[in-house]
Design a protein around this ligand. Structure first.
Ligand SMILES: C[S@@+](CC[C@H](N)C(=O)[O-])C[C@H]1O[C@@H](n2cnc3c(N)ncnc32)[C@H](O)[C@@H]1O
Length: 287
């Protein structure tokens, strides 16, 4: 009696989704990152890097790729938040063969405080150091990163900017096809990057990531960011103040047919005023 009424509603695609799977599928390319780190390190020091420290590692996708890509490679991931670290252990590390997994170490803590083995490369990706709001905080992080490097080592940061990053209530949309992350399948979805606020006086910026599915369901504000949009000259100057011996900006080349970025980054001293750029900053410790 009355059992039909209790028939369960099917879960929406958003309710079934794992936000870390969607994040990795939409914004991360660990293989591209790992081969870029190797390339720039080889270019500077004429040998292969072995130890990677991934600061702000989240789900440690880059650590896992690093360990997978060479039998002598070690990766240390550091993040303040236990939730993505637990996800990393349960999914990304669990998907690795045991011998590879043993070469990945995850540590919960502040990137400025967690010590570890001297790294060949310290990487801070997806604009994570933008959480530091003052020059002193940013310099403190760069000094710590330099301390965590071997006597020959590179700190590799990515940055974004351009006039488009100063627009408020601006949403960029991108389709992501169905696929798999750490053995977990995900459906096709839409990735939305919302620039909610930008304050020209403080350069504080508030942004959100949302995901939308073909059944109309959404994961709103799956990730939110409260950043200071640092500029390339500021970051280069503060890296030198923090003791780095050389600082270079790697700028993306342009595809001559489409006029769009070609995914190849080279050291540059000057660049055109691209309205939406992503660049790497590579700071070397040489002694
Ligand atoms: C934008 S996510 C980056 C995730 C991943 N590295 C990537 O490239 O996509 C930023 C991460 O930094 C972490 N975080 C923020 N402040 C931190 C701090 N002071 N020390 C360590 N981790 C921190 C957050 O918990 C979050 O997981």
């Amino acid at each position: 009696m009355g059992t039909d009424k209790k028939k369960k509603r099917e879960k929406t695609l958003a309710e079934q989704a794992d936000k870390y799977v969607l994040y990795e599928a939409a914004v991360q390319s660990p293989d591209v990152d790992a081969s870029f780190f190797r390339k720039v390190f080889r270019k500077r020091f004429s040998r292969d890097p072995r130890i990677l420290r991934e600061d702000f590692c989240g789900t440690a996708a880059v650590c896992c790729q690093w360990a997978r890509s060479g039998r002598d490679r070690l990766a240390i991931g550091v993040d303040l938040d236990p939730v993505p670290l637990a996800w990393a252990r349960q999914h990304n590390l669990a998907a690795l063969p045991r011998k590879v997994r043993e070469r990945v170490q995850l540590v919960q803590g502040d990137v400025r405080e967690v010590e570890g083995p001297a790294a060949d490369v310290v990487a801070a990706q997806n604009f994570s150091f933008f959480i530091f709001k003052t020059r002193d905080e940013m310099r403190g992080y760069f000094e710590a990163a330099r301390r965590h490097l071997a006597e020959e080592g590179l700190l590799i940061l990515d940055m974004m900017g351009g006039s488009q990053s100063h627009i408020e209530d601006h949403v960029e949309k991108r389709k992501v096809g169905k696929g798999k992350v750490a053995g977990i399948s995900h459906p096709a979805f839409q990735y939305l990057w919302e620039q909610r606020r930008f304050d020209p006086i403080t350069h504080r910026s508030k942004n959100h990531i949302h995901f939308r599915f073909r059944d109309g369901s959404r994961l709103r504000r799956a990730f939110s960011y409260d950043w200071r949009l640092w500029t390339l000259p500021e970051v280069q100057e503060v890296l030198v103040e923090a003791g780095f011996d050389e600082v270079q900006v790697y700028w993306e080349g342009t595809d001559s047919k489409t006029g769009e970025g070609n995914g190849r980054y080279r050291p540059r001293r000057h660049a055109p005023a691209d309205p939406a750029w992503i660049a790497y900053v590579v700071a070397a410790r040489t002694r």
